[in-house]
Write a protein that binds this ligand. Structure first.
Ligand code: GLN
Length: 193
């Protein structure tokens, strides 16, 4: 059984804990360095990316998370979490910092005001491809990908799920649905893979 931490500073923490537990993981919130050391994998939830990065500084988790990513820690970033593991952010707040590691450029709030929230059926390509009903809330999209990044799903030609080795990110929120296949993908193909 994998031990999966969910960065518990702000955002959809309890929803990810529930989804991970339903997939059979030992799931717990990460609030300090000690918690971080116990992780086989880390989930960075949706919420507000600027708030999460500022709180990570306050709780002295910013550099430790950045280092874990560099050391190869499996990390799944959803929505704000996708922004937080991206190397480059368009439409960032002034001075906005990311942990980085994922060689992509994301655009914050990319889908625009008129569709702040929407749902879409995606084709998710993995060893076992599947269709996934995805929920987007003020979501980013991926604008540029580095050569080692695989695109796993797109909406209207914009990548919304990507993977680069130990790093996996979705612009959508699987924790808000009862479909556990995205969390299972992280557990089975990124954490153990
Ligand atoms: N727009 C938010 C941000 O920039 C992300 C929204 C979300 O995580 N649902 O952080």
């Amino acid at each position: 059984m994998s031990s999966i931490g969910v960065l518990a500073l702000q955002g959809d923490v309890s929803e990810h804990l529930r989804a991970l537990a339903e997939c059979g993981a030992r799931a717990f919130g990460v609030k300090n360095r000690e918690d971080l050391e116990k992780c086989d994998g880390l989930v960075i939830p949706g919420g507000e990316s600027t708030t999460i990065s500022k709180l990570a500084r306050t709780f002295e988790l910013f550099e430790p998370i950045r280092n874990k990513i560099k050391e190869g820690q499996p990390v799944y970033g959803s929505c704000a979490g996708m922004i937080l593991i991206a190397d480059r952010v368009n439409d960032a707040m002034a001075g906005q910092e990311t942990f980085g590691g994922l060689d992509v450029t994301v655009r914050r709030n990319a889908f625009g005001r008129q569709v702040d929230s929407f749902e879409s059926d995606l084709e998710f390509s993995s060893a076992k491809p599947f269709t996934f009903h995805a929920v987007f809330i003020r979501a980013p999209w991926v604008e540029e990908v580095g050569k080692d990044v695989s695109i796993l799903a797109s909406v209207d030609g914009h990548p919304v799920a990507v993977r680069q080795g130990n790093l996996f990110a979705t612009a959508f929120h699987p924790e808000l649905t009862s479909d556990g296949r995205i969390h299972k993908y992280f557990l089975e193909e990124v954490v153990k893979g």
